[in-house]
Design a binder for this molecule. Structure first.
Ligand SMILES: [Zn+2]
Length: 51
């Protein structure tokens, strides 16, 4: 029995660490959002340090 990394539901057959394709996609979307937010703050830091 594995546990879904997105919804924490136990599953037998899923995709990678997720119970379904839907949870797999949701996790990717979250990662993309976090990466984008980090990228924005990183860009701001650079523009502040190097005007
Ligand atoms: Zn799930």
């Amino acid at each position: 029995m594995k546990k879904c990394k997105n919804c924490a539901k136990d599953y037998e057959v899923g995709i990678k660490d997720f119970c379904s394709d839907e949870c797999f996609k949701e996790d990717i979307e979250k990662r993309v959002k976090v990466a984008t937010e980090n990228d924005v703050s990183h860009t701001r830091k650079i523009s502040r340090d190097y005007p």
